[in-house]
Structures are given as structure tokens and as C-alpha cells.
Design a protein around this ligand. Structure first.
Ligand code: DCP
Ligand code: MG
Length: 684
């Protein structure tokens, strides 16, 4: 390693090379960060990833300069004005502080790695990672000592830790253990929020009251319960809101807990010296901007510089930052009635065996029917999700005039949808029923009561259908997951609205796409949707970085969300943009759209990145955000937004024209992930 005392900074360029791979996770406290930086730097120098990082850095720097310039232009009178604005807003936010609830955030320790170690105890005590040379999903705490961490390419991890043992992922196992943990959570909060396979938020206020006990005791008992049932350890945070509970669960990892009492002084003391970066929703870009442009590193400093925050950021972004400074987070208890779909999916080894595929489909239809009947729900839209052997995700939907919930009906429609795709080699089949009978769901009968944008901006979430493995899960950030897969799915809550132009059509935003249904014309509308999937839409992009492991905790802060969509959602995404324009006049310019075409390719710049690279995707998004903000400030934003929208519209139109749009041969050829990171002349 370079001699830190004698070498000039230019001789150690890695020192300023901070990527997701060099971010510390729990268990990485003693890591030689410079060594990790150097290795990551050397291994990725010259690669596309590296170049992209450089571009990102350049934009961040420019953004910072721009912000500085804006700061310098603020006159004392301006600052006074913004101080008044900030003080007023702080008072308003303070008035919303709720210290009456006790939230617990539970997070399993090195989840996938721990599950693998249960299966193979010989791994105990040895550095190991789950995943492969392209990417690792997580590493155990032994490996973290070497700087090995989730989302890191395996070949870099091996360089950091030559003895690292790689174990392939086994989602069935993780799902199994996840469902065991959920049975435990259910005892404490039947409506707990599942944030990912290994994370959940529980409102334990009632159970504490009933038993005359504390959140601390409940957390201990719950953790012991999880261990008893699974043999796995978890950590917990106990606090008056979700934002704090999440932060607290990381403090004594692994196998520990941290309790923050429900009083304002304790909360403010706790948060004041906390680095902003530790807060969910504040990632690398925001951290840099706050630090380098405004001199803000801690939560306390946010309040100290509240006038600058209000002067330089949009209201929603300023609200987010001020809430962070005040440690005000989400405490609401979203209701089950907002459920909008139920799904079930299964992964299997890729096969083109049609008999097997139909058997799987029948199994899933049966499970889904059972789930629907348990909930007393019937839906009109059935969506078939397929993941091909080459990982292409397709969704096909049918909307029937009749509400369905029986195995027979589901299977009948699903089989028709599947038939049009044959022959096909598949590794996953999923079915989802949505567009529920509103009376049964208990949703507002007047669909115009709440606009989509209202809903989005309110940050409401669905509750986990407890104990039901196959249900749609929504994290505290409004992000949903279908059971059994990477945590990247998203669904909105119940949003149905009449098309104001034509009462004969219903704009159905419930499904994985927007369908315009003319009820007079046909009974069933079969929709072939595109193979574009896993798009990311960010509603308030200021808050969208720092998403770890597919879970962004913004809603924990009671704020707006972003989500990666499963299935074809281009239409809905576009509708969102338009809807935002129509309904929310607030800072459309703050909102950005980024799509991952074919689950791989950035719609804006074309760079390719696999879905599992959650943080990298977020960072990539940050890059486009910085770019966009830059344009905004130079007055070019409108053109940019329009251009972007036209591109998307064109894309959508072309997808509609082709039943199953395909990328061109060149486009469809994904660059192997290794080459994304590694210089072409390097040979590892
Ligand atoms: N995961 C993933 N890709 C990531 C991050 C996480 O596939 N980029 C998976 C593997 C993890 C699981 O999600 O085991 C849970 O993620 P966490 O962030 O909670 O990480 P761990 O549970 O592994 O470790 P910790 O003890 O820090 O919670
Ligand atoms: Mg975990």
C-alpha cells in the first residue's frame, strides 16, 4: 500500500475513489479503507463502471460549484427571508411529531450468508460470500473484515479476501426462513411492514400496552423468538418512528439492539451528532452536496443551516432534510384496505418443458386462488409474469368484466396468456390478480377522491398480508416485492380514476400497466405488455439515493418514494409523469424518470447494469439527477424534460406496435458484467 505520509495525493488517486464498494456496512468498522479503495480502484480503472463513476463525480462537482455560487449570491436580506421560511416550516413539522408510538425495526444479520451457514455449518467462522464472480449478494461478518460487502463484484471480493468462499444463492431457502421470521413478527404486530426478505417494521405500541411492557423487552423477546424458530440472529432498533428505528437497528449489529426512548430530548440528542449519510435516503450524492456546498455533515447542522436548505432546495426536498434534522419519521399505520393486488410466483431451473410449465402454472393458480379466498377478494385483472431462461421478464395481462378468484378461472385466463408465449424456456412464473372489487377491498368508491399523485406524494403503503407468503409486500418506502425474488417490485396502492374526457373508459392504474378499457366493446381485454421491466421511477429524486439491498427507507421518514417496477410499467410510468404534471404543480422539475430497459439498460444513457446492482443503479440515477439539476439551473430543463418524455413516448408507442418488443441484436446483447467493471486488457 502507498505510504500515506509521504505520497502526494496525486500518487494515490484511489483515495478520492468512493464507490458503493467502499461504503461501510455493519461489521466493517475496522476495515483498512484505503486498501479497499485502492483495490477497487485498480480493479475497475478503465472499465465502463469507472468511467461512469468519473462522469458522476464530474457532475457532482459541477453541481456543488453551482450551489456554492448560488449561496454566494444570497444577500443578508435573502437569508433572513429564508430563515423565516425555515423557522415556520420547522414549527409546522415539529407540530407533526408523534412520540406516542413504539416502532421496532428488525433486520436479520448477514441474512443469506447466515442461512447458508445453517445449511452448511462447516462455513462457520470462515469468510464467505453468497453469489459469484459477477456479483455477491452479501458477505458474512468474517468476510466484511476484509472489506467484502454486498453488491460487490465477486472478483473484486476475491482480491480483497483471497480465502473467500463463494456459495451460490438459493432464494427458496431465503424465502423459507423469511416466512418463518414473519410468523414471529405477526405475533407482535399483525400488520407489520415487510421491507424486504430480511427486514420488517413493527408497531409494537399496542402489544406493549397490553402486556404492560417496554419496546426493549418486546424487541428482546422477538429476537429470541426469531432465533428459536430459525436458528438465525437478527438485530433490532426500537424508536418512536420508523426512520429512527431503522437507524437504530444498525447500531448494535450483529445480534444486538438499540433503544431510543420516546422523548424529544433523547431523540434530538441522539440525532444531533449523527452523520447525515447514515440516514436512509441520504446517499453519496446528497452527502457530498450537503457537505461540500453547504458545509452540512450532521443532522444538527441541517437545522443550523435551515435557511440555506430552504433557499437552495425544493420545498419537498427541504421538508425531507428538515425532518431528518428534527428526527421526525413515519409513525402512521397504513391500512390493509389499500391492498391492490395479490400475487404468487415461483422460480425454478430454466426449462422449456411445456407440461412442467403448465403444471407450475396450475400450482400457482391454485395458491393464488387460496390466497384470494382467504382475503375474500376477487379481481378483474390477471397478470402473468414470465422470466425467460435469459432473464428477460415479460408480463401479459387480461382484464375480464367478471371478477375472478377461483382456481379454474385464474387458470383459464393464465393458460391463454401463456399459450401465446409458447414455445418458451422459463425460470419463473408469476400470477397476479388486481383490480379488486372495491366494496370488498373497502377502497373509496369515488375514485377521484384521491388522485394518484396525492397518493404517491402521501407515501402511503400497503400492509403486508401477514403469513401469506405469496402476497404482495410493500416496504416502508412504498416498494413492493412479489414473494420469492429479488426485492425490486413495486405496486401502487389503490388508485382508480375516471378518465375525465370519456366516461365510458376507465383508466385503470391498478395493473402492471395502464389499460384503457371500453366496457361496451368486449368482455375481456387481453393485453400483451412489453418486456421492459424493472424500471425505476423516482418521485422526489432528491431523496432517492442510499438504497441498500433493494430497500429504501424514505417512507420510514414518512416521505415520498421511489420504486423499481416489476413488469411492464412504461405506460403507468408515463401516466405518473403526466399525472404529476396535471395534479401536482409542485416541482415537476425535481422529478425524474429513469427506466431500465430489458431490466438492464439505462433508458437515458444506455449504460448496462444488472437489476441486482441496486445501489449502483441508485447511484447511476443520482448521476442523471445531477445532470438534470445542472440543466435545470442552466434553464435547459424544460427541453430536457420534453425530450425525455418524447423519447419515452416513442419507446412506448413502438412497444405497443410490436407485441413483444425486442431490443436490436446489438442492444439485446448485454455486456457481461465483468467487462463492465474490468479494463479490457486486464486478466483476472
Ligand atoms: N442483498 C442483495 N443485494 C444487496 C444487498 C442485500 O441481494 N445489494 C440481500 C442479501 C442480504 C439480504 O439482501 O443477505 C439482506 O440485506 P441486508 O442489507 O440486510 O444485509 P445482510 O442481512 O446480509 O447483512 P446485515 O447484517 O448488515 O443486515
Ligand atoms: Mg440484514
Amino acid at each position: 500500500m502507498a505510504n500515506s505520509e509521504t505520497s502526494a495525493d496525486s500518487a494515490r488517486p484511489w483515495q478520492s475513489y468512493n464507490t458503493v464498494y467502499t461504503n461501510a456496512k455493519a461489521g466493517m468498522e475496522g476495515v483498512d479503507k484505503e486498501r479497499v479503495q485502492r483495490i477497487v480502484y485498480e480493479m475497475s480503472k478503465g472499465s465502463q463502471y469507472f468511467k461512469n463513476e468519473e462522469r458522476k463525480e464530474a457532475f457532482i462537482r459541477e453541481k456543488i460549484e453551482n450551489m456554492r455560487a448560488r449561496c454566494a449570491k444570497l444577500k443578508p436580506a435573502d437569508l433572513d427571508h429564508f430563515q423565516t421560511v425555515a423557522d415556520k416550516r420547522i414549527l409546522e413539522l415539529e407540530a407533526t411529531r408523534d412520540l406516542s408510538r413504539i416502532w421496532v425495526h428488525v433486520d436479520m444479520d448477514a441474512f443469506y450468508a447466515a442461512v447458508e451457514t445453517l445449511s452448511d455449518p462447516s462455513l462457520k467462522g470462515k469468510p464467505m460470500a453468497v453469489g459469484g464472480m459477477s456479483m455477491i449478494s452479501t458477505a458474512n461478518y468474517e468476510a466484511r473484515k476484509f472489506g467484502v460487502r454486498a453488491a460487490m463484484p465477486g472478483f473484486i471480493a476475491r482480491k480483497l479476501c483471497p480465502d473467500l468462499i463463494f456459495v451460490p444463492t438459493d432464494f427458496e431457502k431465503y424465502n423459507h426462513y423469511s416466512s418463518l421470521t414473519r410468523k414471529v413478527y405477526q405475533k407482535y404486530d399483525p400488520n407489520f411492514l415487510a421491507a424486504s426478505l430480511d427486514e420488517a417494521y413493527l408497531d409494537v405500541t399496542e402489544v406493549c400496552k397490553e402486556r404492560g411492557t417496554t419496546g426493549e423487552e418486546i424487541a428482546k423477546e422477538l429476537r429470541a423468538g426469531v432465533y428459536e424458530v430459525t436458528g438465525l440472529t437478527c438485530s433490532a432498533g426500537v424508536a418512536p418512528n420508523r426512520l429512527l428505528a431503522k437507524v437504530c437497528s444498525d447500531i448494535n449489529k450483529p445480534n444486538g439492539q438499540f433503544v431510543l426512548p420516546n422523548n424529544r430530548v433523547a431523540v434530538m440528542t441522539f440525532i444531533s451528532s449523527f452523520p447525515v449519510r447514515k440516514i436512509g435516503g441520504i446517499g453519496k450524492v446528497t452527502e457530498h452536496i450537503l457537505k461540500d456546498a453547504l458545509g452540512i455533515s450532521t443532522c444538527e447542522e441541517i437545522l443550523q443551516k435551515s435557511s440555506l436548505i430552504c433557499a437552495l432546495f425544493s420545498q419537498s426536498a427541504a421538508d425531507f432534510f428538515l425532518s431528518v434534522g428534527l428526527a421526525i419519521g413515519g409513525t402512521d399505520t397504513p391500512e390493509t384496505r389499500l391492498r391492490k393486488s395479490i400475487s404468487n410466483e415461483r422460480s425454478f431451473s430454466a426449462t422449456g418443458d411445456e407440461a412442467y410449465i403448465y403444471r407450475k402454472l396450475a400450482d400457482i393458480a391454485e395458491m393464488l386462488s387460496t390466497d384470494l379466498q382467504k382475503e375474500g377478494l376477487c379481481g378483474r385483472t390477471l397478470t402473468l409474469k414470465l422470466k425467460t431462461a435469459s432473464f428477460e421478464v415479460r408480463t401479459r395481462a387480461v382484464t375480464s368484466q367478471k371478477y375472478i378468484c377461483s382456481t379454474e378461472d385464474i387458470l383459464k385466463h393464465a393458460s391463454k396468456l401463456l399459450k401465446t408465449e409458447l414455445p418458451i424456456s422459463l425460470r419463473l412464473i408469476g400470477l397476479r390478480v388486481s383490480h379488486f372489487d372495491e366494496e370488498k377491498v373497502g377502497a373509496p368508491s369515488d375514485p377521484t377522491q384521491r388522485t394518484l399523485t396525492d397518493y404517491i406524494l402521501s407515501g402511503n403503503v400497503l400492509r403486508k398480508n401477514v403469513g401469506n407468503q405469496s402476497s404482495l409486500e410493500m416496504d416502508t418506502n412504498g416498494r413492493c416485492m412479489m414473494h420469492g425474488e429479488e426485492p425490486c417490485l413495486f405496486e401502487y396502492g389503490h388508485q382508480t380514476s375516471r378518465d375525465s374526457l370519456d366516461g365510458n373508459h376507465l383508466v385503470n392504474l391498478d395493473d402492471s400497466k395502464l389499460t384503457l378499457e371500453n366496457f361496451d366493446e368486449k368482455e375481456e381485454v387481453y393485453e400483451s405488455t412489453s418486456s421492459v421491466n424493472a424500471e425505476t421511477v423516482c418521485v422526489d429524486v432528491q431523496n432517492e439515493d442510499n438504497v441498500q439491498g433493494g430497500v429504501s427507507p424514505l417512507l420510514a421518514a414518512g416521505h415520498s418514494f421511489s420504486g423499481q417496477f416489476e413488469g411492464s410499467t412504461l405506460d403507468r410510468v408515463n401516466n405518473l409523469t403526466n399525472n404529476r404534471e396535471d395534479v401536482a404543480s409542485c416541482s415537476v422539475s425535481q422529478k425524474e424518470l429513469l427506466l431500465w430497459l430489458n431490466d438492464y439498460k439505462c433508458s437515458i444513457c444506455g449504460i448496462e447494469m444488472p437489476a441486482s446492482f441496486v445501489e449502483e443503479r441508485q447511484e447511476h440515477f443520482d448521476f442523471h439527477l445531477a445532470e438534470k439539476l445542472q440543466k435545470e439551473e442552466s434553464g435547459a430543463d424544460l427541453t430536457c424534460v420534453l425530450k425525455q418524455r418524447n423519447v419515452e413516448k416513442d419507446h412506448r408507442t413502438s412497444q405497443r406496435k410490436n407485441k413483444r418488443p425486442k431490443l436490436s441484436q446489438k442492444e439485446g446483447k448485454h455486456i457481461p458484467i465483468d467487462s463492465f467493471f474490468v479494463r479490457s486488457n486486464q486478466n483476472f
